[in-house]
Design a protein around this ligand. Structure first.
Ligand code: AMP
Length: 215
């Protein structure tokens, strides 16, 4: 099962992707997570990507396409994978099709998680992440027991540089201009199912699973 999770920043692609990856026992491939790890480890990729990420801009396509191409070659993707945060524009979508065609594979499902702009700003500005294990929290909707520490591992919680309110505006603009056109791109191919991303976490997972089963 080769799945793409589409949607604006803060739609819940990361957390839903994690839950689906566990359910179907396939890897979740998040280009955002891979890039943040590279920035943290100060690798060549991380050094090149950091300034784009801090501004809320897209990292150049050649860098991101290369990451995904390498990742999809690994054997844990043989039974399927979940792409989260990739593709982010038409060029990347075409690149993933070419990559998969090399292994006689294709995308099976594209789930578009819909959330309004107002809700996104609320979600992103309150988001906190554990620096150690990556666990996500929200200061209002899912607060940690201690506002500075991760409930799971005790790691330090931080606000992503790009979750600050001024950067959220740029990310939304980038989403609307570059990523939203993918909705029509995948609709035309008849791959796309749109899901309302407002509601309880488990209900949304269930809607996604039902959409996968129904196709
Ligand atoms: P995310 O965690 O998916 O919101 O990604 C965080 C940031 O990483 C984005 O704002 C971009 O700067 C960068 N990024 C993640 N995925 C991509 C991608 N597919 N193409 C370009 N930049 C990306």
């Amino acid at each position: 099962m080769n799945l793409i999770l589409l949607g604006p920043p803060g739609a819940g692609k990361g957390s839903q992707g994690k839950s689906l990856a566990e359910k179907y026992n396939i890897p979740q491939i998040s280009t955002g997570d891979i890039l943040r790890a590279a920035v943290r480890d100060k690798t060549d990729l991380g050094i090149k990507a950091k300034s784009y990420m801090d501004k809320g801009a897209l990292v150049p396509d050649n860098l991101v396409v290369e990451i995904v191409a390498e990742r999809l070659k690994k054997s844990d993707c043989n039974d399927g994978f979940i792409l989260d945060g990739f593709p982010r524009n038409i060029l990347q979508a075409e690149a993933v099709e070419r990559m998969l065609a090399q292994f006689s594979k294709r995308i099976d499902h594209v789930i578009n998680i819909e959330v309004s702009r107002k809700e996104i700003v609320k979600r992103l500005s309150g988001r906190r992440v554990c620096r150690n294990c990556g666990e996500g929290y929200h200061i209002i909707f899912n607060p940690p027991l201690d506002d500075k520490k991760c409930d799971k591992c005790g790691g330090e919680l931080y606000q992503r540089e790009d979750d600050r309110e001024d950067t959220i505006e740029t990310r939304m603009k980038v989403y609307e201009e570059q990523t939203a056109p993918l909705i029509d791109f995948y609709k035309k191919k008849d791959f796309l199912v749109s899901i309302d991303g407002i509601g309880g976490f488990k209900d949304i997972t269930e809607k996604i699973v039902n959409a996968i089963v129904a196709r």
